[in-house]
Design a protein around this ligand. Structure first.
Ligand code: AMP
Length: 282
């Protein structure tokens, strides 16, 4: 595995592979790897001969009072894990490489970036689409892999790719969970022991919702209510939102009558904000 820190060098190396007819797969990450990230590397490997993992804690997707400074980082561990998973290139630029002085150009996916997580994080998705667009232009991958854990992000990126005609195929890989159901996240390490014990209530609430739909319930208000009551059994949980969402345009639905409709939640445990989602009608 090669660790590359400069855009020019990455372009030079990738050009050789591309000329040799090898397909390039990209997995964008902010590091502090867990099995969720590593499953994306495996998914990319199935579609491409050369797998590029980018590791960059992207400052433009953090709001002023968010956790940019304390976001967990451990490059040596990430390097080892990426290598063990047969990554070909780990792209690890510094902030000045990605955002030189006088950086003025942003990519904004209107509407979709303002709902759900966008309500409390108004500049978040602008940062995500901008950095992903930059990575697509730098790497020019044939395929890029994202996690379903961040369902809104994946839908916004698909939309950006379609709207701006990026020649890349997007793959969305399933959510990887801990044994007790908690969706893996680099941010889980912020949780205190008691918060960590209570956090799987999110998964159980989503499962109950999916079960209700299987039993024939189609009313979004009743399903949201069930999710809320379940999450509220955890004394430390503070709900930010619970929504039943159409995968087409991220709008809230009142009736579950379309394939792919999913429940999406954001829940705070102390200072930690957790998100999760589950498809209700497959
Ligand atoms: P992050 O480093 O948190 O920005 O995540 C990088 C990529 O990994 C994103 O596409 C995420 O959606 C994906 N990801 C994060 N956690 C999980 C998970 N538990 N299961 C699957 N994919 C994940």
């Amino acid at each position: 595995m090669q660790v590359i820190r400069k855009i020019d060098e990455l372009r030079r190396v990738l050009e050789k592979y591309r000329r040799a007819g090898q397909r390039i797969g990209l997995v964008p990450t902010m590091g502090y790897f867990h099995e969720g990230h590593l499953s994306l590397i495996d998914a990319a490997r199935k579609q491409a001969e050369i797998v590029v993992v980018s590791l960059f804690v992207n400052p433009t997707q953090f709001g002023p009072n968010e956790d940019l400074d304390r976001y967990p980082r451990d490059f040596e561990r990430d390097e080892r894990l990426a290598r063990e998973r047969h990554t070909d290139i780990l792209f690890y630029p510094d902030v000045a490489e990605m955002y030189p002085d006088s950086f003025y150009t942003y990519v904004i996916t209107e509407k979709l970036s303002r709902v759900l997580c966008g309500k409390s994080r108004p500049i978040h998705f602008r940062g995500v689409t901008t950095i992903v667009a930059k990575l697509f232009n730098i790497v020019q991958p044939d395929v890029a892999v994202f996690g379903r854990k961040d369902a809104q992000q994946a839908i916004i990126i698909r939309k950006m790719v379609r709207d701006l005609n990026f020649p890349v195929r997007i793959i969305v890989a399933p959510i990887v969970r801990e044994a007790d159901g908690l969706a893996m996240s680099s941010r889980n390490r912020y949780l205190t022991e008691t918060e960590r014990q209570q956090a799987p209530v999110i998964f159980r609430a989503l499962q109950e919702a999916a079960d209700l739909v299987k039993e024939g319930e189609r009313d979004a208000i009743r399903i949201k209510d069930r999710i809320r009551r379940k999450i509220e059994t955890a004394p430390l949980a503070k709900i930010e939102y619970i929504e039943i969402i159409s995968p087409d345009n991220l709008s809230a639905v009142s009736t579950i009558d379309q394939k792919g409709v999913f429940a999406a939640v954001a829940v705070w445990f102390g200072k930690t904000r957790l998100i999760d989602n589950m498809v209700l009608l497959a």
